[in-house]
Ligand binder design. Sequence first.
Ligand code: B3K
Ligand code: ZN
Length: 876
Amino acid sequence: MPQQPQVIYLKDYQVPEFLIEKTDLRFELQADATLVKARLQIRRNPQSLSKNSALVLQGDKDLVLCRVAVNDQVLAEQDYRRSEESLSINDVPDVFVLETVTEIYPDQNTALEGLYRSDGMYCTQCEAEGFRRITFYLDRPDVMSVFTTTIEADKAAYPVLLSNGNPVASGDADGDRHWVTWEDPFPKPAYLFALVAGDLAFIEDRYVTGSGREVTLQIFAAEKDLDKLDYAMISLKKSMRWDEEVYGREYDLDIYMIVAVDFFNMGAMENKGLNIFNTSCVLAHPETTTDAGFQRVEGVVAHEYFHNWSGNRVTCRDWFQLSLKEGFTVFRDAEFSADMNSRTVKRVEDVSLLRTAQFAEDAGPMAHPIRPASFIEISNFYTMTIYEKGAEVVRMIHTLLGAENFRKGSDLYFERHDGQAVTTDDFVQAMEDASGIDLSQFRLWYSQAGTPVIDVSDEYDASQQIYTLILKQRCPATPGQSEKAPFHIPVSVGLLGKSGQDMMLSNGETTQVLELKEAEQRFSFTEIEEKPIPSLLRSFSAPVKLHYGYQRDDLVFLMSHDSDGFNRWEAAQKLGVDILQELIGEYQAGNELVLDNRLTAAYRAVLTDLSLDQAMVSKVLTLPTEAYLSELSDIIDVDAIHAVREFVIKTLAEALSSELIAVYDRCNVSEKYAPDATSIARRALKNLALSYLMKTGKPEQLERALTQFQDADNMTDSMAALALVVHSPYAKAAEVILEQFYLRWKNEPLVVNQWLSVQASNPSKGALNTVKQLMQHESFNMRNPNKVRSLISGFSSLNPVNFHAMDGSGYRFLADQIIELNNLNPQIASRLVTPLTRWKRYPADRQGMMREELQRIMDSGELSRDVFEVVSKSLA
Ligand code: B3K
Ligand code: ZN
């Protein structure tokens, strides 16, 4: 590093010295460069304490400044100063118009931030600080401006020209060119700016809001993908209705547009009136998209739509407040998906993700509170913590306040802060003000990092009929925070009697929320006639690790009796974890493995009980994942975890094969594909049964998988069969169908990505070589983040056995890719570092090798801020 990147602190926040009232932009898209003409109406911020400071605009080093004028006076070179990251002008008046003309080069933009080209179309990504790669600006979210945007381009190559707001004028220009002007009446920060220019097809629909306003809905994509847009449109309309019903929020412009692009650093972006989506989060068709893909489209369309209120109308004061919009919006989209599908399944999926990825982040070198106190590169803070833990924190407020008060709080928040850029504290304050409930201690969730641990014990006094739960909380140290104060934690509990019935609690209900605030606290329940079995942390009411000394028999009992669907699943997970952990110990000691037959019996009961919530059966019968078992280990023994889990699956499969075959046959119905909860559950259960059956090693089960692969009329069944065969010892069969699959789908990039990922995550020996060969394959492109994620992250995150190979080859490979991507696309490079940041969790030999690779990245030359921050914090 020639120069240590600067650390930015929340405590240094100051209001902007200038405001930009109006922003007029003109983009001239030329073959090799784009000319950006900006006309900004600027005035000093009356709230700023400095009265005569210079105007300092952010601007990337690659911007070529062609002209700068203040109130129509062109400035000479000595009148302004250009640095690597800014443009400063001294002695500006209190109110003035600044004009700049800047040249930028979208074709050379491989970082995919600012204005770039994706497969021949122009598009933008400005959040968080990408606008400064387009033109000089006050690129911070508390500067909100009204934008007018004119785009001029070649008419044949770029017939569609889009920006935020409403189209207000258009016309032809010289040289077969045309132009369109867009006006967005809502003041917005620059991070919500968007521009799209391309040869795009679209579908259109109408939506009438609750108050009777008509909104035009358009979804744009390449012509060949026109048949894959309907589900996004359906999802959009459902989201609009849901936000009216549940939050009382209506859409505000006359037009809402979504554009699908193939090169995109993340899932999607909520630009005002013009969302830009990764194709993977918008295109859906039964033949090419799995059930998980359909649900992703529904969830992401909703998420970006909900941002129109939680993010756009009310935005963030600064980037430390990112969870203000992201945590809240994830909570909103999770509730939407829960309402549209199976609530319990959605909760199980979200908790699984939180407990593997977010808990691991909270225990590692990048741990940060949901409102970080500092950062080097904000792009590194679009994390599981900000998003998923942030959503859990909002969910806890919902639990503490109750639905009605929460709605009053959100109404107050939206009314009070409409059109403003605010803080997480403003959000909590509105919740407090509307409900009258004290959240002062609760605010610690915003400033303290780490996952709290709750140890629970209990006492039963039979003579007094009093049952007492004793809860003790602690939170491990995280970087920069050695001591933590006790959190305010809602712990939702129920008590089960021997018959399996819920007991009535003193609040007159069968579930009660205990508010844990002290380091240690006792909660007593009276009139409890027998010693109960507690059902703790129902619906996962707080993002914590909760320990209670359940006996295996208690867990089997809860699996079949708990009235809380989430906790039934949780009991099965706990039973699985307990059994697997014991077997891992046996494996490490070199002992023979014997499976506790209570697990087999419990699984058999679930498999054969048709009265159960069928959407949950496949979840209950899925053993804790290798990722979750790793997260729970002090020292992660990758090989033992894999071997033991495989042993348990095989043992279960052999013992339960007739039940599994019956389930498979029952669920293997031919019906027209629909992505609804019931049919998704049926396919999930069928494919779960198949996954067990394949492990029996019986040739007839391979036949079953191959038949499913050949006969499938939808991608869910076809992909499940493909993955099972590829991840099996039947290498020949795998080779044949991989080839067949590729030939069939090679013109569908999203399907090919899955084909890459299935091979990258193959636990068999040789996967790394396959990955290296695939990097040379015609379908791979290092500049396309979806390809990188499928192949490289597919290997480093979904293939622990091979990534952690004892010869260090997996680590070396990943470091090589990070070094290469550091120049091409720093955001993607930085994301790839994640598995290496976890080095402290592995045995000494692996630790050494992982550290060495981090050091090699560190020494590899000039690092981007993104990669520098993650690698240096990991080595610290
Ligand atoms: N707000 C965007 C994420 C932007 C990421 C910038 N590196 C998508 C979303 O959360 O909705
Ligand atoms: Zn978001």
